[in-house]
Design a protein around this ligand. Sequence first.
Ligand code: SF4
Length: 539
Amino acid sequence: MPDTVLLGDEAVALGAVHAGISASYAYPGTPSTEITEFLIPYSRKHGGRPHASWCANEKTAYEEALGASFVGRRALVSMKHVGLNVAADPFINSAIVTIHGGLAVAVADDPGMHSSQDEQDSRYYADFAKIICLEPANQQEAYDMTREAYELSERFHIPIMIRLVTRLSHSRAIVRTGEQRAENPIKKVPVAGSWILLPSHARKLWHELLLQQTEFRRYTESCSYNTLALNGSRGGLGVITTGIARNYYLENVDELKVAPSHLHIGAYPIPLEKVRKLIDHCGTLLIIEEGCSFVERMIRGVIPPSIAIRGKESGELPPDGELTPDIVRAAVGLPARQGVELAGLQLPNRPPQLCSGCPHAETYDALKKALSGYTESIVTSDIGCYTLGALPPYNAIESCVCMGASVSMAKGAAEAGFHPAIGVIGDSTFLHSGITPLMDAITANADMTLLILDNETTGMTGGQPTILPPSRIDKLVLGLGIDPNHVHVISAFRKDTEKNASIIRKELEYHGVSVIIAVRECVETAKKKKREALAEVTK
Ligand code: SF4
């Protein structure tokens, strides 16, 4: 196979294809989106194999991948780190069932919160579920580890996590690829009861998973992703790197007078024997890892107090944000590099903004007009392009916590006695996690209004199709049992602002649940469709 230039995400996708997956499922989320963006056209080009699709949310994606594994096929499920919170239920329990066809879970963390509401570290989830986690340091490892994940999954009968971070997911390098393996034949789970988590089965399966931990450790002690190099003299500095942090360390190490002993960890559970060997050899330990102080906190609990440990917990490395070569440089004791001063060059700040002509801007104008007669109001919102409505000049929303929370928070505020309580949610987020809290609100006839901003796409992640077309969202809402007199579909055009404001105002005055669906396609996806249509014509 030829060498190929791939994004880290694409290396995972191609690694999964070459490992013989039959299916891949995902919900878009930066920085994991490009895995499925790679696989959907790949599948189209190859007669629909492997199957690749977007799903309503990460939980349904995970469960669909589990279904493929259940019948013996290999499957990939991918998501961003906060998506794993949504998929946590099937994820944790899938570690207990006896995985049949190989299952890899690619989770892309976002240290530095480039496009996320937190910077949680998914290695804790893998540890919590007691499964093996592979953490690539570069695109080649992303490809190789994904392939290996399927062998491990079928060998140990567990899902394998591949933990990525933004800088790896979104940067390119040359990757040497291997031969494509054939798909697994369809074959149902051989062991009766191994997927039925009734307490009597689950207790047995859980116990077996605990017994397997020794085998997992044996694997991580001996695998090529965990490497230990001790230098000649005892009592010096030892460095532990994990995943991508190795690159930042290697950029600086040549300038040190004495090369430290070095343990790199790319596969978890942590290889404790290698850690002990390093500690026996060194006087001081520096732990460099992207994300939380996951390894550092574990090691602090097992080593003798005579060894000094430096890292995020002790302040040599920052506890949050991304690492950089310069941060690591300071932590290993090297002087700062001299930068080039560009005197007088003041770059202006460029805060993110809704695109010019964005339909959300028109709906926010209508909402603000509708609210102008109230001295107080509460507008809870959600995750998507429309979250930018929190910024000037709109200042239209007051919360963004997690997928679907706009609906439930508006209900909670209404039931606490606040009026008017308005939730604002996008179509994709509504279908992801907004339907269930709306059922709660309708059942309770909560005094709230929900605005669904339907731009016919998942705009923030680059315009993936929404799982249902706009023409079906009102029918879905009506099907939940809401009074049809309080469901409206409006057009999010400037010319309709006054009319829309008056519909919103009328519903704010109604003391019960109302839903207003503001429909207009995202201008970016509309442009993209035009470009594609033009390209078809000029072919
Ligand atoms: S991508 Fe679409 S939905 Fe997002 S801000 Fe731009 S126009 Fe609005």
